[in-house]
Design a protein around this ligand. Sequence first.
Ligand code: KIV
Length: 274
Amino acid sequence: MYANAKSATASVTVTVPRLHEMKSRGEKIVSLTAYDASFAAQCDAAGVDVVLVGDSLGMVVQGRTSTLPVSVDDMVYHTAAVARGLTRALLIADLPFMSFRDADTALASSARLMADGGAAMVKLEGADWVLDVIHALARRSVPVCAHLGLTPQSVHKLGGYRVQGKTKVAAEQLLADAKAVEQAGADLLVLECVPAALAKRISAELAIPTIGIGAGVDCDGQVLVIYDMLGITPGKRPRFSKDFLSNQGSVLEAIRAYVKAVRDGQFPAAEHSF
Ligand code: KIV
């Protein structure tokens, strides 16, 4: 039964062990966000490895000013839609604000994202008290993607969407947190808006893959918000993003150009890094 269920795509489906293998082979992991079946299918067709249903949907889909109002119901709705568009890529869903405030709540929220939404992995922001939550999820076979650096759910504590880990003390703390989330059982780590040199050091010192956004070219992979890389997010494009659609004829070609640029180590360039 299990062999049959995967036989059609077994050689191409992206799995958690495959991501680890990609790191050990030095193959870049390409990731994008998606929030519906149509964009998910375009990502899949273009060869994106990991599709993330980010709680960024609160801002780019719902038009809010932060990710804080996003609910587990919102995440399940969008994750299930994205799952219907995918055949190859690994599907990660964000645990939204307060949905992982303790281990029991995190287990219940993750069960919904995986069982109802079809996610293969959940992502959660932070270290410190979050380590116990990561440990509880990992012990129950819930694959976890940690998220450090600029953690948007902490925007009010951070005082804005700013680059993190700039001082020596902050950089050492980030490195310690990265090692701690790996130790707690995380399988993947998103590094958002951290100096490129620090992200390079963290990526070299961890066994699990790092996926950067505004974290320089030396992460094991890259992720962008799909509307940013298509140039349709209202307002000023973030420094770490690039409009891949303007020189291409279609969304599919734009995503293909992004996939190629990440795999070739051409994106991000220094101008997209800190
Ligand atoms: O919510 C999101 O889209 C994210 C990415 C920016 C990594 O967390």
